[in-house]
Design a protein around this ligand. Structure first.
Ligand code: PLP
Length: 433
């Protein structure tokens, strides 16, 4: 049988239809909810006598309960959810916060936005999540908090991180922007540490286009987060009485209404993704030249991913690079990339150019201390290796179709692997161009 040519080299792609689902998914529930807000003429949450009766208030309660948390404080987006959580935790100029190298830049810039200094550390090569040893190495007398990011929705090693934080008196703020619904040992992320921050931006698994929420089990932290969300007000106090320097981070009723409707669809979507991704993981494991993340089902009891990370095994590809593999797979009609972010965060111009404005605040500002941190010196070997040669990912909406879609993805992967010698020739030609 003559083999089909790779699509990258002019052959017919394996996939000739969209895989998974368009995103976001919506229906008459969202349309009705938006019309209700419109007709109510209450387009902000403050129009209700009791704030909890608003769409936003009801969503806060519903989502907090869904994530096994006591309190939810809805905000404008995920970056400001992190800022709000950091402020509630009492992180201030001169403090340091430990963050992982593999994440979206906001996990670190939110720290700088509250005037503190992000310490960027390496990740665990098995899970791509922050390494507890790397955190321990960077703790000093100025460290106030740790931000474990559940990268791709895969829960961090929260027992180890919480134990270290307790020993050192640090606050743990989970960055859950990728992990709505994920479970660690039967408990959902968000209030496994002291506080959690979520994003509801367009591509996230629960979305209103933009939005965010802070979760916590701690009454005092909840009260502070509420105040930082609401221009420094305190609940139960007069409306024109302000207690803190704080911004307006209030979520609109449009977002609250959409999010409530989206939450009612969420479990069904999680089940479809879990079913398809577990099938794909089993099949990849058999191939040997690509590997799923090692999942212990007693620890990661539910994996609700924003993107599904898996590993390229360079030794099995006879010299073909991970990037060439991804290019060939995309040409076969399968959307795939390197995480969502592509580079360890310290490689962004803001850090490489030490672009902190005229005063250098907070990184190089004398009022934050006399030390200097130079991000051009930061180098995390595992994060570098993972992003340059190993990490691959599929977007979550790819998993929302039937099982047949997974078989098509596998067929495309197999085709690319079978043609790896041609792919190597192509790669060498490109290198000499
Ligand atoms: C890990 C992580 N944290 C924080 C954020 C910030 O969320 P937002 O875009 O809603 O500000 C994102 C956004 O993608 C993210 O991926």
């Amino acid at each position: 049988m003559t083999e089909e040519k790779l699509a990258l080299l002019g052959g017919r792609p394996i996939v000739d239809r969209p895989l998974g689902s368009d995103w976001p998914i919506y229906g008459k529930e969202e349309e009705e909810a938006l019309m209700k807000v419109l007709r109510s003429r209450q387009w902000w949450r403050g129009g209700y006598g009791d704030w909890k009766e608003s769409f936003v208030g009801r969503f806060e309660d519903a989502f907090a309960a869904y994530q096994h948390a006591k309190w939810g404080i809805a905000v404008t987006n995920g970056t400001q959810a992190l800022e709000c959580a950091l402020k509630a935790a009492g992180v201030e100029p001169g403090d340091e916060v430990v963050v992982p190298a593999l994440t979206f830049v906001a996990s670190a810039t939110a720290v700088a936005l509250v005037g503190a200094i992000p310490r960027i550390v390496d990740v665990d090569p098995a899970t791509y999540n922050i390494s507890t040893d790397a955190i321990a190495d960077q703790i000093n007398e100025r460290t106030r908090a740790i931000i474990p990011v559940h990268n791709g929705g895969f829960p961090c090693d929260m027992d180890a991180i919480n134990a270290l934080a307790e020993k050192k008196g640090l606050t743990v703020i989970e960055d859950c922007a990728h992990a709505h619904g994920s479970e660690y040992k039967g408990r959902r992320v968000g209030a496994l540490g002291h506080l959690g921050a979520f994003s509801f931006q367009q591509f996230k698994t629960l979305t209103a286009g933009e939005g965010g929420i802070v979760l916590t089990n701690d009454d005092e932290l909840a009260e502070k987060a509420f105040s930082f969300m609401h221009i420094g007000r305190l609940s139960g106090r007069p409306f024109y009485e302000f207690h803190r320097i704080a911004s307006n981070l209030r979520m609109t009723e449009w977002q609250g209404a959409i999010l409530l409707a989206q939450l009612s669809r969420f479990d069904e979507q999680v089940e479809i993704r879990e079913r398809n991704s577990q099938y794909l993981a089993q099949q990849l494991d058999r191939l040997g030249y690509l590997k799923p993340l090692p999942r212990d089902f007693n620890v990661v009891t539910r994996w609700c991913f924003y993107y599904w990370n898996f590993k390229f095994v360079p030794e099995a590809w006879d010299g073909v690079h991970r990037d060439t593999f991804l290019k060939a797979l995309r040409a076969e009609g399968v959307p795939c990339s390197v995480g969502a972010h592509g580079e360890p965060i310290y490689r962004n111009p803001v850090f490489q150019r030490m672009n902190f404005g005229r005063t250098g605040f907070p990184i190089r500002c004398p009022c934050c201390g006399t030390w200097r941190l130079d991000y051009r010196q930061v180098f995390c070997p595992e994060a570098e290796r993972i992003y340059r040669t190993e990490a691959c990912s599929f977007p979550h909406a790819l998993f929302l179709g039937p099982r047949d879609d997974m078989d098509l993805i596998l067929e495309a992967i197999n085709k690319v692997y079978r043609h790896r010698s041609q792919l190597l020739t192509y790669q060498k030609e490109k290198e000499t161009e």
